[in-house]
Design a protein around this ligand. Sequence first.
Ligand code: FAD
Length: 288
Amino acid sequence: MGSIKDLYGKGKTVLSCEIYPPKKEDEFNNIYTKLEQLSEIKPDFVSVTYGAGGSNAGKAVEIADYAKNKAGLEVVSHITSVGFSKEKLEEGLNRFKDIGIENILVLRGDRPKLMTDEQFNTRDFLHASDMAEYIKGKGMDFTLLGACYPHKHPEAKSEEEDINNTKTKVDKGCDVLISQLFFENDYFYRLIDKLHDLGVKAPISAGIMPITSAKQLGTTVTLSGTTVPEELSSIISKYGDNPEEMKKYGIDYAIKQALELKNRGVDGIHFYIMNKPDLAKILMDAVR
Ligand code: FAD
C-alpha cells in the first residue's frame, strides 16, 4: 500500500480513524499498545494529528513511524502550516518522507496563543491550499488530503465562499477530503452535492464522533461549530448523569449515523475515536 487515494472508488466504504499524540507522558507510553490494538481492527488507514505550529511535531512523527512501520497500519500524517516558514515545512515533510509516510493532510491550523500579530500576519502560507500548491510545485511525491466543513468553517463569511475555497484546495492538489465532525447527515449530503455541482471529483470521507459523555459534547460543539439535533440532545438530558447508559446511547447514535451514510454510498467514514481502540472496534464492526 501507499497512496490512500487508491482505496477509494472500489465499491466499499473506506473506514478510517484519527489518533492524536497524548499530552501526558503515561498516556503517551500507552499509545503503542493502542496502535497494536487498532492494527487488529484493520482500519483502511489511521490519521495522526499535529499541533498547530508544530507543538507536538516529534511525537506526531514517532506515532506515525510506529503505526506505519511496526503496527503495519496505513498512515495519513497531518501537518499544520500556521507557524511554518517554507523551510520548516520542507523540513517537517522530509521527516515524514524518511519514515515512509506517503499521505499528508494539509491544514492551516488555528493560531497558537503565543503567536504575535506580526508572526501571524507574515506567515508563508495563508491557507491549506497555499501549502498544497507549494508541495505539488516542489514535486514532492505525497498524496495530499484537505479538510472540509459540513457546517462551513467558522471563519468563512458564507457557506458558498467556504465551498469555493474547498474546491480551490482540491484544484491546488488535494486528492481526498475529510470532513469536520457533524451529527446530522443532511449537512454532509448538502456539502457533497454542492462540491459535486462545482465539478469536485475527489473522494470525501465523512467525520463521525461518538459522544460518550455529556461533557465531551460541550467541548466538541465549541471546537467544531456543529449543531446538535433534538435526538442527540435528548440522549444527553436523559442519560448525561449515567456514564454507562450515556456511552451506550452515544455509540448507538454514531452507529446509526454511520450506517445511514454507508447505505447512501458515501466514499468513506473517518471516526474521531479519541484514542480509544474499543470505540473503533464497535463502530467499524457495526458498519462492516
Ligand atoms: P483553510 O483551508 O485555510 O481554511 C480556513 C479558512 O480560510 C476558511 O474559512 C476558508 O473558507 C478560508 N479559506 C481557505 N482557503 C482560502 C483561500 N484560498 N482564499 C481565501 N480564503 C480561504 N488542527 C490542528 O491544529 N491539528 C490537526 O491535526 C488538525 N486536524 C484536523 C483534521 C480535520 C479532518 C479537520 C476538519 C480539522 C483539523 N484541524 C486540525 C483543525 C483545523 O486546523 C482548523 O479547522 C483550522 O481553523 C482550519 O484549517 P483548514 O486547513 O481547513 O484551513
